[in-house]
Every structure is written in structure tokens, then in C-alpha cells.
Design a binder for this molecule. Sequence first.
Ligand code: PMP
Length: 419
Amino acid sequence: MCSGSTRLWHPFANMAEVKDDLFTVDRAEGVWVHDRAGRPYLDATAGLWYCNVGHGRAEIVDAVTAQLRRLDSYPVFNDFTNEPAEQLARRLSELAPMADAKIFLTSGGGDSVDTAAKLARRYWARRGMPGRTHILSRRHSYHGTHGFGTSIAGIDTNREGYGALLAETTRVAHDDADDLRAAIDRLGAENVAAFFCEPVIGAGGVRPPRPGYLEAVAKICAEHEILLVADSVIGGFGRLGGWFGVERWQWEPDMILFAKGVTSGYLPLGGVAVAGRVAEVFWAGRGDRFPHGPTYAGHPTVAAAALANLDLMAQEKLLARADALETPLYQALLRVRDHPAVAEVRGGVGVLAAVELKAEVLAANPDAVPRVHRAARERGVIVRPLGASLAVSPPLTVTPEEIDLIGSALAEALIAVLG
Ligand code: PMP
């Protein structure tokens, strides 16, 4: 623990509450992070859902260091390019479950959301259908904190207090394909550009899809020629099993957003994989410029981190390992299902799960979730407070014994706080 007067404004934090009571993470290795006193904590959240290969991997450090020495940074705007960015795009294009994928690189998930939203609208304008501007998303979904991401957010508290957000955005029920169909009928398909969808809702409380839901919405989008945009910022690179977080549903989206696990968080990287059939409006014939892109798109050092991370994932067969982890992780949390404060345990699809507390428990103890989080941390396990839930999403290198520890620390923390 560390106290003191910070000048760092922490994202999403109530600074009045946390400013004098901070938790400094000093170093990390594997699934363990250490505080300044050297005490280890199991990182059951993989940072912010990103550290899929675990912390402190020398292979990534070495690749980054070598790249920094050779070419620290240079943009890929216009005809400039660099070898790591080219290699990464080729590799991701081959792995993406879409024909002839083109890869637009960004600096994170929110960048990727806004890139895809602008690309969707411009795509329809270039195809002579400028009326197709509406963007649909699901309640409870999280798509980052940029302009479009805030506007299409399914978590209401993330949209309040900013005046008018972007127009022509609509939220539909998160688990009912008929509600998507009804929204399209109401708006007219000829006015809809895209549907943004996290295969498993992450920050909105870890909500796996109902059986059949994702297949049904993909069909509805295809029927109405609405671009299907998978937000796999959390789901990609093993978290939901496949490389791009959609493979288990046989989805072939028009765009896939990625970030986080693509570098396991060692350096900030995001991107959009764009199906060839969408990209060709810009890439074929006389083409069309897409006047968009962040400064650090295609940063060679960041790309080198991603390449080393993908190598590790392949060598260690972490996708198969992820498949083997999802049931034991869910089972580890199910042991608290019968606690009287617990409303629901969600998980079993991918290496992420959550325990939601009952509304009446939260009404009587409004700070129960942060208190349980803290009690688990005092027991050496870091879980994530998320609204009414506590979420876990450990690195894919976690062992069965460590998964057990996550379950027991959470169970003990619940009892310590709520009896
Ligand atoms: N989409 C999803 C599904 C996310 O979970 C996140 C981040 N948690 C984002 C987008 C935004 O990514 P970033 O924080 O890198 O901007």
C-alpha cells in the first residue's frame, strides 16, 4: 500500500475517495504482481483483460528492445511503411476469419471503435447509400470512451453529462435478437450502417450470449446487408478461445475490432480487421482516401511486441489452453452461488466470469462490491469490481491451483464483508 497526495487523475475513479489511498503495483511476473513491500497478488484480471501471456515475458521485452534500437518509431501514413507493421498486418490478415482481410492499426480499443464507425458510414456513402448512417449496439455493452464509443455505449452512466452525443445511434436489448429485428424494421434497413456487438459482453458485467443469439443476429444483419462489427477487444487472442474471439460461432463479420491481448498489453495497440468485400471500396478501382488515423498507427516497436506475443501464443498453444480453462474458471466461481448475497454467477464461455450481488444487498450496502474487491486483495487475489459484479479474467497461463485460489479468495472475501 502507498499513501500520498497524487497528481495522477485515475480513469473512472472517484478521486476524492482514492487520492490518499492508492495501491502501487511495483513489478510483475507470470500471473503475479507485487506491491512495493514485495507482497505477491494473483492478477486474476490480467490487468484490464489484456495480459493473456502473463507478465514479464522476456521474449516480448527482447523483441521490443531490439526494435527500439533499430527503428524506434516512424509513421505509416501515406506510402511510408516499416517491416514489423507489414508483418503484423499480414499475420493478422491470415488469422482473421474473413476473406482477404485488411488491417487498420490504431493505439487501442476506443480508437478501433471510432475507426470502424467512421469506416462503416463512409463505406455506405461511397457505395451510394449515404442514408445508411445508423449504428446499433446492445445494452450493457462497452465500446470504449471516444466519441462514437461513448455514443453507442450500453452502460448509461458512461453516457450521462456530456450534452448531445452523436446522433443516429440506437441501443437494443442485449440478449434478444427479435429486438434487433424490431429496431431495424422501425428505422428502415436502408438507414442502418452497422451493428456493433461484443460476442461476450465484458465490462458490462461479463454476459455470455444466450444459445443461438449470436447466430441469429449475424443472420439478421446479413439479410438486411447491415455491417456486422464484432468488438473483440476483450474477446480476441484466446480470451474467447479463437484468435479473433468469434470463431466458435462461425461468425464471418465485416469488421473485427481488436486491442488488449494482441500485445498482451505490453504496449498499447489496437486495430480493425476489415473484410476484403468492405475494404475494396477503398482499395480497388480509383479507390477513396480514408482521411483518418492516429499518429501511432503502425508503430514499429508496438508491432514488434505484438509479433513476439503472437509467437508465444502459438508456441505455447494458448488458444487450446484457453478452451481447457473456461469450465474450471466458471466452476471456481460457482462455489459462491449459494452465498445469500449472490444473485448470479456468469461465465463458462471464454476465460472470463463474474459474480453479481443481489440488488437488495447493494441497496443496504452500496459499497459492497469495492469492499469485496478489497477483501479479496487483502487475501492476495485481485478481482475486478464492475458495477454490481466482481469479474475475473486471468492470464491464459494460469494453473488449476491458481484458479482454485481465485475461487477461495472470492468466497472468503464475500463472507468477510457480507457474512
Ligand atoms: N471495446 C471493448 C469491448 C472494451 O472492453 C474496451 C476496453 N475495455 C474498449 C472497446 C476500449 O478500449 P481502450 O480502453 O483500449 O480504448
